[in-house]
Design a protein around this ligand. Structure first.
Ligand code: NDP
Length: 325
């Protein structure tokens, strides 16, 4: 059958994204054919588009969606046509009406979770899960610096950290975004466009520095964030929204107080089926109990995926974005 999908033929800006018709064959061994209901838009999709994270061209885009199983391939026994599922990992190509996908990477979705929530909860939700529960396991009373707290990962992490009893210092780039971060549970909010934002973080932590920094902004915030940590604090640099972090000398970590530094990826924390289920089930659990709400604040038609990228990269969005095929 022929299906519409967003494709890129070369790396570059959003104008490289084209809505095309592609041929979709029968599902292969271990695969299912999925009819996507909503597709999550994530900052990582922009890295695939620009080439910061290389994909072989031509390529589809997008890592996550909610979907309904349309057909199952050979060897698939635990899924059937009509099942509601969600996914959030390679291969890229989620920005599409339908696609084939490995059954082993799918998670069944409870009826109470709607399609848009299911599409947006997987990649950003599991990222928040592994960052705050497994990279640095946040304890009640820990002081946490969370950058871009009004963004997709940021809003989920804020609510989850609040639920865990952390003291959250959230940053954002506008007054409107700071209000959102505050309403979701940040006890302190700081505009990191202010030149003295590091001093403000220090003051908010009672002068001691924070236990952990979660930094998805990258280039602009990495070095100043090291100065926000207390001795033996944890620097978790997990993204590049402002550009990739420049190389650093390990000696800097010693000079700034025996700091820990990690650069984690969701894939490394969900590569086994057991870890994928652990993470996805934790996300479904906090949503089902009302501790975390996935705020899908921006919905676009599939054909307008380029505009979604422009808005995300232009810092015009809050919370999560989805495309509707
Ligand atoms: P967001 O919704 O958080 O959007 C990015 C935000 O970063 C913007 O809204 C903006 O907020 C802030 N920002 C600061 N400087 C810039 C800049 N120069 N250009 C653009 N944005 C900037 O995106 P996601 O929730 O999808 O992803 C957040 C981060 O997490 C990304 O870096 C992403 O790559 C990373 N990530 C990493 C994963 C991993 O496992 N390592 C998995 C998932 C996401 P403001 O206006 O408030 O400054």
């Amino acid at each position: 059958m022929r299906v519409k999908a967003i494709r890129i033929h070369q790396n570059g800006g959003p104008d490289q994204m084209h809505l095309e018709e592609v041929e979709l064959g029968a599902p292969g061994e271990g695969e299912v054919t999925l009819r996507n209901k909503a597709c999550g838009v994530n900052f990582i999709d922009t890295y695939h588009r620009t080439g910061l994270y290389p994909v072989s061209l031509p390529s589809g885009l997008g890592l996550e969606a909610s979907a309904v199983v349309e057909a199952v391939g050979p060897g698939v026994t635990d899924l059937k046509a009509g099942d509601r599922v969600a996914y959030s990992s390679a291969p890229v190509g989620a920005y599409a009406e339908a696609r084939n996908y490995p059954a082993a990477r799918l998670i069944k979705i409870p009826d109470a979770i709607d399609d848009k929530t299911a599409a947006a909860m997987m990649l950003q939700g599991m990222t928040a899960e592994y960052l705050i529960r497994r990279t640095y396991p946040v304890q009640k009373g820990d002081i946490v610096l969370l950058h871009a707290a009004a963004g997709g990962v940021g809003q989920i992490a804020t609510q989850w950290l609040h639920h865990l009893g952390a003291i959250i210092i959230g940053t954002a780039g506008s007054a409107e975004k700071l209000k959102i971060a505050s309403d979701l549970g940040c006890q302190h909010v700081i505009n990191y466009r202010d030149p003295d934002w590091v001093a403000q973080v220090k003051a908010a932590s009672g002068g001691q520095g924070v236990h952990v920094v979660y930094d998805g902004v990258g280039k602009d915030t990495f070095m100043p964030s090291l100065d926000c940590l207390r001795p033996r604090g944890y620097m978790v640099t997990y993204g590049n929204a402002s550009g990739p972090v420049a190389p650093i000398e390990p000696l800097i970590l010693s000079q700034k107080g025996s700091l820990f530094l990690t650069r984690p990826t969701l894939m490394a924390y969900t590569s086994s089926r057991a870890d994928l289920e652990l993470s996805a089930n934790a996300v479904i659990d906090v949503i089902s109990r009302g501790a975390v709400k996935i705020n899908v604040n921006h919905t676009y038609a599939l054909k307008d995926a380029a505009q979604a990228h422009r808005d995300l990269e232009g810092r015009k969005t809050t919370g999560s974005l989805v495309l509707i095929p």
